[in-house]
Design a protein around this ligand. Structure first.
Ligand SMILES: Cc1cc2nc3c(=O)[nH]c(=O)nc-3n(C[C@H](O)[C@H](O)[C@H](O)COP(=O)(O)OP(=O)(O)OC[C@H]3O[C@@H](n4cnc5c(N)ncnc54)[C@H](O)[C@@H]3O)c2cc1C
Length: 298
């Protein structure tokens, strides 16, 4: 059985690591789209790892598990499944972690999770966990060989009373044994840079991977920004508003993301995590552009 490299090990390479995020498909067509995108990525770009999310409300446990296995077996990607505390007892979480570990998966993104659609407040499972920090603790103590990623929010988690309180909770996740942090999407690098400085000042020293989303339309980014509490720069909104042509909009979003990535890499980030939303064409265009600029490091 093949054991994936851990992301903690990959981060020790002396070059930035590049990773890509998929989400579990809802339909057969969506499943075919993931596999086609993965095949293109494997052929041309070989990301260091891919992650696969866990549906809001814990709704995609089996699909996440199935695609984590497919992405490893068919394409040999090191895979990081996301896992949330929602709708699962501690024993159910242990079962799933054990299954992953036995299959050779060695990376997990540990999250509290978002409630299902239409529900606004998080209610823990009666025999489950309240916060991502508790899931990190469970994994670190019972599955010590796993590399653990946690989420962070350069513009503050929407529920947090202040950025300082959010940073205190982030530090707690790190103290429980997280190996690295992946951020929520952002469109202004200054916000990420200030966030990293604040983390360091709070004693959070582990690598922080910026999460980058290529904007594909104004409606899409406005929706994401509202959901995540992310600021949409006036300039980007204006550029996207000024054309009705979807290809031109895509080009604007890809160029914005390329500029962000170029600047972040120049400033020495340990890697880039790309939110590609399972879409092969924009993802491939972005990666080709990064490669052409010498920014895709393989
Ligand atoms: C990179 C990334 C990947 C994601 N992937 C998924 C996914 O696959 N599936 C999904 O459903 N969602 C996903 N999300 C969204 C995430 O689940 C939500 O943002 C969720 O609301 C918070 O999860 P968390 O792990 O950050 O929670 P936590 O770190 O537990 O924090 C949740 C909130 O509680 C506060 N808090 C933490 N600890 C304490 C404490 N001890 N006392 C009081 N307050 C506390 C925090 O400040 C924060 O406001 C992802 C987010 C990111 C950035």
């Amino acid at each position: 059985m093949i054991q994936d490299p851990t992301i903690a090990e990959l981060l020790k390479k002396n070059r930035p690591i590049m990773s890509v995020e998929f989400y579990p498909p809802k339909t057969e067509e969506g499943g075919a789209q993931i596999l086609a995108t993965a095949a293109e990525l494997q052929k041309h770009f070989k990301p260091d790892f891919v992650s696969i999310t866990y549906g809001a409300g814990g709704s995609t446990r089996e699909v996440t598990q199935r695609y984590a296995a497919l992405l490893r077996e068919q394409f040999q990607f090191p895979v990081m499944p996301h896992l949330t505390c929602i709708g699962a007892s501690k024993d159910e979480l242990r079962d799933l972690l054990g299954t992953y570990q036995r299959s050779g998966i060695r990376n997990i993104m540990a999250l509290r999770g978002d409630p299902p659609k239409g529900v606004t407040t998080f209610t823990p499972h009666p025999e489950g966990l309240h916060y991502a920090s508790e899931l990190v603790h469970l994994i670190r103590t019972e599955f010590p060989a796993m590399s653990i990623g946690v989420a962070a929010y350069p513009e503050k988690h929407p529920e947090a009373v202040s950025l300082k309180a959010d940073l205190d909770h982030l530090r707690h996740k790190v103290e429980q044994g997280a190996d690295f942090i992946t951020t929520q999407l952002f469109f202004e690098n200054e916000l990420f840079e200030q966030f990293v400085l604040k983390c360091r000042a709070e004693g959070i020293q582990i690598p922080i991977l910026p999460g980058i989303l290529p904007a594909l339309s104004l409606e899409q980014v406005e929706r994401f920004c509202q959901m995540c509490g992310t600021r949409l720069p006036v300039k980007l909104a204006h550029q996207l508003k000024n054309t009705t042509n979807p290809t031109e909009r895509e080009t604007i979003g890809i160029q914005w993301a390329t500029n962000q990535i170029e600047d972040l890499l120049r400033k020495g980030v340990p890697g880039i995590h790309l939110y590609i939303l399972n879409r092969s064409q924009p993802a491939l265009k972005l990666m080709k552009q990064l490669k052409a600029h010498g920014l895709w490091p393989h």
